[in-house]
Every structure is written in structure tokens, then in C-alpha cells.
Write a protein that binds this ligand. Sequence first.
Ligand SMILES: NC(=O)c1ccc[n+]([C@@H]2O[C@H](COP(=O)([O-])OP(=O)(O)OC[C@H]3O[C@@H](n4cnc5c(N)ncnc54)[C@H](O)[C@@H]3O)[C@@H](O)[C@H]2O)c1
Ligand SMILES: N[C@@H](CCO)C(=O)O
Length: 342
Amino acid sequence: MQTLKVAIAGFGGVGRATADLLLSRRERYRQVYGVDVRLVAVCGSRAGLADANGLQANQLDALQAGLSGPDFVMASGADVLIEAGPSDFRSGEPGLAYLLTALAAGQDCIVISKGALVHSGRQLRELAQASGAMLKLSGAAAAALPTLDLLDHSLAGCKVLAIEGILNATTNYLLDAMSTQGLGFDAALREAQAGGFAEADPRNDTQGWDTACKLLLLANFGLGADLTMDDLVVEGIQSVTVERIEAWRAKGLVPKLVGSLTRADGAIRASVGIKTYPLSDPFALVSGKNKAIRISSDAMGETLAIGCGVEPIATAAAALKDLEHILMARAARSFSVSECSS
Ligand SMILES: NC(=O)c1ccc[n+]([C@@H]2O[C@H](COP(=O)([O-])OP(=O)(O)OC[C@H]3O[C@@H](n4cnc5c(N)ncnc54)[C@H](O)[C@@H]3O)[C@@H](O)[C@H]2O)c1
Ligand SMILES: N[C@@H](CCO)C(=O)O
């Protein structure tokens, strides 16, 4: 049986959930793909663990000091790197250093943090192309909500004219809790933090940056654009008060923080801001920490998806959906090689 070695860099809530889910699915990988998928290494900011024979769940609570940073990537001997560290779109680090090393070595990469992809997306794409490695980012591009998969597969061949997305769970949760439970901004934010889906610095959620990052990933990785954060107008929800929500409610409107992207005259324009929707609009019904995307295309009209995964397991599952796509692609590759040589 073929072996596929997986390493995880960034071992907080999502990294650990990904490790646990991967270990629980090993039998599935054997049965469906005929592949022994081994978790061979994990690391946090200052410590890690590696074993080429495969780590077990009961070993993962005791990381050893020192095994971390880009050296971890080569030391792991992995075929696939899952990157789940902190997200900083202003520097791309710490994920960027891991991904540059892994892609240069031809390791397939599954990226869950957004920072490196936003900061250096083109470089990473070019590096992957040059080394033949696969670069997957479902976990970074709204995770349990299918986004890039819709663009890459479901709408293949169509021209996307516009995208509208409730792409950030935290702000949707906040606006919903303020509207329906009368909670204040700070109390609602504390609940989102307790739920494990707010960013480490929640201003990245509330000021619209997380939505902007995801929108950029859809534009650049889904539609082949080359936008940077400077190309976007970004507004958050920090100025929204319970009184403002009441005024919208009186008019039958529901506020949402929305990333919008339109294609006009050959150019793609993107922005993030508050939009209000009448109750008849499906976006008005996207409650709690749910997310949604509406894509308008030339030939298939409007496509709408709503996602309601429970974090952080849902993000782990999105990353492992990418792993399944890698397993399928590797199987197809070895099939075509054996077809050619027979
Ligand atoms: N939590 C969610 O629901 C969710 C959803 C989608 C994407 N994400 C993204 O996933 C990533 C991880 O989220 P999380 O909730 O697990 O955060 P977290 O803060 O729990 O985990 C991040 C981990 O990375 C480690 N780390 C810091 N510097 C590192 C370095 N140089 N090398 C290796 N590890 C390092 C930290 O010690 C921490 O354990 C973030 O980028 C986040 O934006 C999270
Ligand atoms: N903080 C993000 C999760 C990571 O993308 C959200 O609230 O959607």
C-alpha cells in the first residue's frame, strides 16, 4: 500500500482538530484510496514532534522544544504540509516561510491561514506551478462554506460576473446577536471568542479584514485576478450600534457584513462593507455564525450556498476535503502514468 506522509505546522485549535480528524479517518483513506495516510509531524511556535512511522493521538499533547520553523518542513519528510498557524496578511508570516520551503521542495500544501496567501499569493502559485506541487486553500477561503470549489468545479466554463459573500462568521454572529438577542457589541464578541471562531486579534474580524482576505483569495485564486489589499475599500462593523440595528429593523432590513466583487470592462473590483437586506432575501436568513455566498454567472444565473459548520472541526474538515482532492489527483496521476507506460 502506498504511504502519504502529512505534517501540520501551527498546532492551536484548528491544527489539533485537523490532526484528530485525520487520525480518525485513516481507515477511510486506506479503503477509498488504498493509501496509508500518516501524520508524521506537528509543530507549534517553539516545539514539535516527528515520527516517520506515524504519530498517534495520545502522543500529541507532549511536543518537544526546538522542532519548529521552516526547518521543521524538511525534517518532517512529509509529502503534504497542512499550515494552520496565525494569519497576518500584512507580513504573510509565519505561514509564508513554511509554505515557501514546502512548495520549493515539491510538497503539496493545504493552507488554512490566510496571511501568506493574501500577502504573496502570486509567488506561492508560481512556486507551486514550477515545482509541480498542489496548493489548496479551502480552509482559508471560508472553510466549511464552499467557495473556491464552486468556482473551480461547479461553475467551470461559466464567466463569473459578480460575487457577494457573508464570509466572516464572527461579524455575522455579532450582528445577529445584537439584532435578535439585544446583546451589546462587546458581549456578543466575547461569545464569538469563546466559540473559537473569532481571530486571535478580533479587530481582524470586526474591521472587515478577514472578509477582505477571503474576498481577495476568491478573486486571485478563483478568478485569476491579481488584487492586493490596497485595491479594496474595506469597512467593518465597529460603528454599528443596537440603535442603528433597531432603525434598520423598523424598515424591515437586516444588516450583514458583505464582501462584494464585480467584473466590469475586463476589471475585477472588490469591496467590503455593511449591506442591508429585506427579509425576502436569503442573505437576511443567514443567522448566527453561518456564512453564505451568492455567485452570478453568465450561463448558470445565480448560485447560492449557505454553510453552517461548527468550528474548529468544520475548518479541519475543509482542510481534509483538500486532502481528499489531493489523494484523488495523485491517484489520477499514477493511473495516467501507468496507462502511458502500458
Ligand atoms: N478558528 C477558526 O474557526 C478558523 C477558521 C478558518 C481559518 N482559521 C485560520 O486558522 C488558523 C489557526 O486558527 P486557530 O483558531 O487554530 O488559532 P490558534 O491561535 O488556536 O492556533 C494558532 C497556533 O499557531 C501557533 N504558532 C504561532 N507561531 C507559530 C510558528 N511560527 N510556527 C508554528 N506554529 C506557530 C500558535 O502557537 C498556535 O498554537 C488562523 O490563521 C485562522 O485565521 C481559523
Ligand atoms: N475569524 C474567522 C474564522 C477564520 O476564517 C471568522 O469569524 O469567520
